[in-house]
Design a protein around this ligand. Structure first.
Ligand code: ADP
Length: 422
């Protein structure tokens, strides 16, 4: 049992977990994120743990099994409230996994009511009369209607949730949320009397989320995107403070590994090079799979440069170049080859004394974290929205690491990141 632990979170993907952890830290909680369900007990004093799963689009029964395993571990550590985190665009299908996982957690927690809302107005996700907006448009006009795995063609979350839920789904609308925590609690009681098990909650401003927070005190299960988290730490008397995001002092050499080909990352690579930063491009067509030879080559280049400041090793390329490479190698094969190479480079850099590492790319991050032997991340200060520095114990020793998914971060992210740590 961990005496300080309050909130136990289960996130359905890796970067979503970091997004939630970042919100909790900003509002006053000390947080660690674990990669999957840990095999041993929690060994740090924190207020919240976020268990990162990869359960968003796997078969519902597998998602349930993984989520219940995470729940049992969180309960064993002493978590007082459970938070099931999903995407802010409510990524799911009539088969799940938001509904089935929510109900499995409700059954396991023996609770007959919970809320569901992906609202995060600061990030452009608002819910009004149960309809989800992404920016200025309804969800089904946002591009999400064309998502390859979870096309979202109905913006009405009451209907979307009902299609994947046995229990009755209801709505806690904005007129009630606007009146504050007491009104919200009264409506929850009325909804329960009506037989509602899950209520979609409206929120069109961050103030709505802060009014919702106190009404959720003592609710065994909360299900939401990352937004609702900003209203929860205050329920335990926690307020924003710089101590929540405090990490051990940074030391060691600095490096950046980038396998993201997103627009923002392309600009960040260009910016770093334009500032005169040393950068080495990996050409996927030259990668033979002989990682030892590649690592030797990269390290021969990097080692003399590292003492002067951060070096960048990247496969980041513009869309046309990526398409040409994918046509030659195959999409999955090109991805796996590059991820494998960059992960080996990240490990070699850490072994050579790099203790401050920026990784760009969601999938790339997953590969690097695994290669570095990291199973747990302590969440620190935010560099840009959704991207915090973390501290971890890797197989080569302790290091500071930040995992930047595709389109996050300003153009100067690769230089700015290190100044945030210093
Ligand atoms: P993002 O967060 O921007 O989506 P990811 O790391 O998740 O970045 O995904 C990028 C994918 O593209 C990875 O699988 C990576 O290995 C692959 N990749 C990186 N560089 C190239 C390249 N030059 N050509 C083809 N694929 C690449």
């Amino acid at each position: 049992m961990n005496s300080s632990l309050k909130l136990g979170c289960i996130a359905d993907d890796f970067t979503g977990a970091t997004d939630l952890a970042n919100n909790l830290v900003r509002t006053g909680m000390r947080v660690v994120q674990t990669i999957g369900v840990p095999t041993g007990p929690l060994n740090v004093e924190v207020d919240a743990v976020v268990v990162a799963l990869k359960s968003r689009t796997i078969p519902a029964q597998e998602a349930i099994a993984q989520s219940l395993e995470a729940l049992r571990w969180l309960q064993a550590q002493g978590a007082l409230q459970i938070y099931f985190k999903y995407c802010s665009t409510f990524d799911s299908t009539p088969e799940g996994n938001i509904g089935p996982v929510t109900e499995a957690l409700m059954d396991a927690l023996d609770t007959d009511f919970t809320i569901a809302t992906p609202a995060f107005p600061d990030n452009g996700r608002t819910v009004f009369k149960g309809y989800l907006f992404a920016g200025n448009v309804l969800l089904n006009e946002s591009g999400m209607q064309n998502h390859p795995l979870t096309p979202m063609t109905d913006p009405n979350l009451v209907r979307v949730m009902q299609a994947q839920t046995q229990r009755k789904v209801g709505l806690l609308d904005h007129t009630v949320v606007a009146r504050g925590p007491e009104a919200i609690q009264e409506r929850i009681a009325a909804l329960k009397t009506d037989g509602v098990g899950v209520a979609i909650v409206d929120a069109t401003s961050n103030d709505d989320l802060l009014r919702l927070g106190p009404a959720l005190q003592g609710m065994p299960l909360v299900t939401a995107g990352s937004g609702v988290a900003i209203g929860l730490p205050a329920n335990w008397g926690l307020a924003p403070s710089s101590t929540a995001s405090q990490l051990p002092p940074a030391q060691g050499l600095e490096a950046i590994v980038s396998g993201s080909c997103s627009q923002a990352t392309n600009r960040q690579v260009a910016h770093f090079k334009a500032q005169g930063g040393p950068a080495l491009a990996l050409d996927p067509l030259q990668l033979t799979g002989d990682t030892d030879a590649l690592v030797a080559q990269v390290m021969a280049w990097a080692q003399p440069l590292l003492p002067q400041g951060p070096v960048l090793v990247y496969s980041t390329a513009e869309p046309d170049a990526v398409k040409a490479i994918q046509a030659r190698l195959g999409v999955a094969e090109a991805g796996a080859l590059v991820e494998h190479a960059l992960a080996a480079v990240a490990r070699a850099l850490a072994q050579a004394g790099v203790q401050q590492l920026v990784v760009a790319g969601g999938e790339t991050s997953g590969a690097c974290v695994q290669a570095l032997g990291i199973t747990q991340l302590q969440i620190g200060p935010q560099i840009d929205p959704g991207v915090p520095w973390c501290h971890a114990q890797g197989s080569a020793g302790p290091l500071h690491i930040t995992l930047k998914s595709g389109n996050f971060g300003t153009d100067d992210f690769f230089t700015k990141a290190f100044t945030v740590l210093a």
